[in-house]
Design a protein around this ligand. Structure first.
Ligand SMILES: [Mg+2]
Length: 379
């Protein structure tokens, strides 16, 4: 069955509040809807990414460069189609500075991801199977984690406690607490509160988004050693990801990283150099489902488990299909992620700490066309 058309559509939506993490603030919820239409009329369609700086560039690469490479290809030849994109040299208008080179390559891997992810939805619909079944169907539900604990103007410790109570009341398995913006001492206090309110079985982890020097991260880790944290996520700055993470692991707390990696090659280095217990590679950044499952298989061989950075609409299937898959994460807060609530016609059910896999074909989450049209950006 041949591919007839490929299209990427950027959506841009300003948020009503500012959400402060360790090294960044979120003011808008951008995403890309990608469509892969087959000759028989089947439409693969999904959304992904939260990119603002390169969002339009990613869409241009899909529509101008990758579309003609894919039209006429068989949707079942996912590896061949992926390889054609990966091996096509694209003029990135680079000026020979290595860091710029890396930034531009993330445009390509996001563009490949957009096309590849929608292709898996199309293949699932063509075969009338959910994607997680095509990936191996290891489990029928996945524990669900809330991303929260943002620092916001006027937010108190009592507010944080209330936030955690809200998650528990809504069947959430655990929480990823944002740290790294305040002092290390304040973050230790916040984490202690989160454990106290969450209780001993609440799946609690922290994410500093690479905010700390290694010595600061070590101070934090020693201050929370008795709290049985599930993991420390990206505890150290970008230039200490290997050695710093390895030192933290020696304290006995698992370390998660990898959400910024754009391919299996960077993940390989994190694994073989002992920098991670868990990889949270993002399928919308690191070249799509086809590349993510390769990374998961590689990680499995080293005893490294897989989480996922946001994007539950696709991550749910990946984590259900991989034997070393851990849990899916969402923003249960409409103000932080209105697209998760407004784009799918229906969100997967959450019950007793787990998210249930939808049983429809593809990703099983048809999108609301009125939402797409409302937030479609001209570019
Ligand atoms: Mg993170």
């Amino acid at each position: 069955m041949k591919i007839k058309h490929v299209e990427a559509i950027p959506l841009v939506r300003q948020l009503e509040s500012v959400f402060q993490g360790g090294t960044y603030k979120i003011t808008s919820r951008n995403t890309i809807v990608t469509r892969v239409e087959l000759e028989n009329g089947i439409l693969g369609e999904t959304f992904g990414g939260d990119e603002d700086q390169y969002q339009f560039d990613v869409c241009r690469v899909v529509n101008d460069i990758y579309r003609p490479l894919l039209v006429g290809s068989d949707i079942r030849d996912l590896e061949a189609n992926w390889g054609r994109l990966w091996n096509t040299r694209v003029d990135l208008n680079n000026r020979g500075i290595h860091t710029l080179d890396l930034a531009k390559h993330c445009v390509l891997t996001q563009a490949i991801a957009a096309v590849d992810n929608a292709s898996w939805d199309a293949l699932g619909k063509y075969l009338n199977q959910p994607v997680y079944k095509l990936l191996g169907g290891y489990r029928e539900c996945v524990p669900v984690l809330a991303i929260g604990g943002y620092v916001m103007a006027g937010k108190t410790l009592a507010d944080l406690a209330g936030e955690i109570e809200y998650y528990k009341a809504h069947g959430i398995f655990g929480m990823k607490l944002k740290v790294g913006h305040l002092s290390v001492e304040e973050d230790i206090e916040r984490t202690r509160l989160a454990r106290k309110v969450g209780g001993p079985t609440f799946h609690l982890c922290t994410d500093s988004n690479q905010a700390w020097r290694t010595d600061e991260a070590m101070t934090f880790a020693r201050g929370v050693l008795d709290l049985n944290l599930a993991w420390l996520e990206e505890p150290v700055r970008w230039y200490e990801q290997i050695e710093g993470n390895a030192r933290l692991r020696s304290l006995g707390i698992p370390v998660t990283a990898g959400q910024g990696e754009i391919s299996r090659h960077g993940c390989r280095d994190l694994i073989v150099r002992g920098a991670v217990d868990i990889l949270n590679v993002d399928v919308t950044i690191a070249a799509g489902v086809t590349e993510w499952r390769r990374i998961a298989a590689m990680a499995h061989g080293f005893g490294v488990r897989m989480a996922h950075h946001e994007e539950p609409q696709i991550a749910l299937h990946l984590l259900a299909g991989a034997p070393n898959g851990l849990l899916v994460e969402i923003f249960p807060n409409y103000q932080r992620d209105p697209m998760w609530f407004d784009l799918p016609e229906q969100q997967p059910a959450i019950k007793d700490g787990v998210m249930l896999l939808p049983d429809g074909p593809g990703f099983g989450m048809p999108l609301r066309q009125d939402t797409i049209e409302k937030w479609r950006a001209a570019f």
